[in-house]
Every structure is written in C-alpha cells, then in structure tokens.
Ligand binder design. Sequence first.
Ligand SMILES: [Zn+2]
Length: 180
Amino acid sequence: MQGQLRTARLPKVSKDFFATLDDDYIISERLYNCLKEEKVKLGELNRILNYRNIELPFYHLYSTLTLPPATKKEGLTVEGQCSECKRNGYFNTAIFAPSGSNVPTKILPYDLHYQPFDMDIFSLADFAFTWECMGLSNLKAHGNFVVRYARPLLVVSEKFKSILEKLKIKGLEFEQIIID
Ligand SMILES: [Zn+2]
C-alpha cells in the first residue's frame, strides 16, 4: 500500500533498515543518502511523517514494481490462502524453541524459482516486490485482530545487496531468487 506512513515513535529507532509491525520497510535518511551516493536506484520514496506532519529522518522503501508470480516456491508454508488469486497466505516455515528456552526461533530458508523474466524491471529501481504476499489480510478489525495487509517480500539487486553488506546494515537475511 502506498501512502504516507505516519508514526509517533520512529525517532527513537536507531536502526538503518527495519520493518514496521505491518511489514512496511523503512530506511534511515543516513542509509538513503548512502544508497543515493552509490547510485542505487530507489525511485521516488516518501519521507515518514509523524502525527504532526513533521518529516522524520526516515523513508518508506516502497515500489510499484512487482515480479511475476514465482513458478515454484520451496520452503514456504501455505495457510488460509485466497482460493481465487492465490497471492496471499505464504508463511516462513519457523521452528519454535521450547518455551522458556533461550534458543531463538529459527526461520528456515526458502527458494523462489522464476521463469526467465525481463530484467529491465531493475533498470527502473534496484528493488522490487514479489507477487506473492506473506501472511493474511485482515480487512476489518474485530476482537484482537487489527487491520493488516498481506505483504510481499522485498527483492533487491546484487548491487543494492552488496552496498547493504558494505555498510554492515544489521538484521537482514538474503535468499537468492532462482531463475530456472
Ligand atoms: Zn484473492
């Protein structure tokens, strides 16, 4: 969903790259400037505003570029998927540690396979989103359920990835997409 994200709490966040509870990706102004300097194509990104409409030093990493549907999705769990479009309902396969233990939850790797597609998509921006969306949408708040949308995975170019690694941006894990 494009639109201006608003938040009251972001200024206290010191990380350069993170996802909101809704899985919107946010990058810091510092990272934004580094990426621009390295000529990573970002398209037009919106600044994050707080509730008083004041711009915060963060950008919403968003693109309308969407990859074609993956032809094979290995290692993702499917649950509660919309039977019409089959776009949502993908979940990471996670192994939960026994409660009370210090072992972190382990997210298993997955593979997205694609038929060869037009790589010109990356001439417009160094990132795009998957057609497939993770999780389920909940369009009406009820009980403990808040409104949320199933969100796609972020796919970045090799160049984008190498700069994130060079800048030692923490908390990111990469899976290579596979062109069959
Ligand atoms: Zn649907």
